[in-house]
Design a protein around this ligand. Structure first.
Ligand SMILES: [Zn+2]
Length: 256
């Protein structure tokens, strides 16, 4: 894992490296081996035929996106600071991994390894990586700070409501802003949180839809207003994202 992230730093420092990574030598596709990218695995043309090279490139791209979000995204930086302040500092080499997943999955959180997974085959855009990272980091925060028990369906429902609220539906509320009255927005936002949380609970647990809905309704009054550690719902492309990051300082979160 350590070597992997050293490689990302190098790719970031030497942006042109990616363009020259793949070369053809005597009809065989291979990676250029320079001083800068010694650690990039050498792949033969047959590897590309098997799709191995594609997977490797997707993984490297994903790791670059993760690294960029951690360095630049105010939301992700705020979550990193909040996790650190809660005694759950994130070591990106150990606690975040890009992996291939089922086609319907975008990411996940593994409480046993305390590891956030970003699916490099489905989560390819930087903006989506930011959303998935924030979502999974909210689970990480709840697991660490709120002693979340993933086996307890109410706990799971609560953290999914919080993640949907803080990372996902805030964006939706901005999209529908134009053609909805304030009352409708409030209702639409709550419905967005409930339906997003429902699909997350159903994906994570083998429970019936009715059991999942019951759990979400039970925890909703308590978990929907709980905006820790972001402090406010974030609206897409608004100053809120930056405000939340700036205010993180007042809540005792520090990303340094
Ligand atoms: Zn989730």
């Amino acid at each position: 894992m350590k070597r992997k992230f050293q490689r990302i730093k190098k790719l970031n420092l030497h942006k042109q490296t990616l363009q020259y990574m793949m070369t053809e030598v005597n009809g065989v596709m291979t990676y250029t081996q320079t001083e800068e990218n010694q650690q990039i695995p050498k792949l033969l043309f047959t590897d590309y035929l098997k799709g191995k090279g594609k997977e490797n490139i997707a993984k490297i791209k994903c790791e670059r996106n993760v690294y960029k979000c951690i360095k630049e995204s105010p939301l992700v930086k705020l979550m990193m600071g909040a996790l650190k302040a809660s005694g759950c500092a994130v070591d990106i080499r150990r606690h975040i991994a890009c992996e291939e997943c089922a086609p319907t999955v975008s990411g996940g959180y593994d409480p046993i390894l305390n590891q956030v997974i970003i699916c490099h085959n489905t989560t390819t855009k930087e903006g989506i990586v930011q959303g998935v990272l924030t979502h999974e980091m909210i689970h990480m925060f709840d697991y660490c700070q709120n002693h979340l028990d993933f086996k307890n369906i109410d706990h799971l429902a609560c953290t999914e409501v919080r993640a949907a609220n803080l990372a996902h539906c805030s964006f939706i509320s901005a999209w529908i802003n134009g053609d909805a009255s304030p009352i409708n927005i409030k209702e639409a936002h709550q419905n967005c949180v409930k339906s997003k949380a429902l699909s997350s609970v159903l994906a994570a647990r083998n429970v019936t839809k009715l059991e999942a809905i019951d759990a979400i309704e039970r925890v909703f009054p308590k978990c929907y207003p709980d905006l820790e550690p972001i402090g406010r719902r974030i609206r897409r492309n608004s100053a809120d994202m930056y405000k939340a990051y700036k205010e993180g300082f007042y809540y005792g979160y520090d990303d340094s």
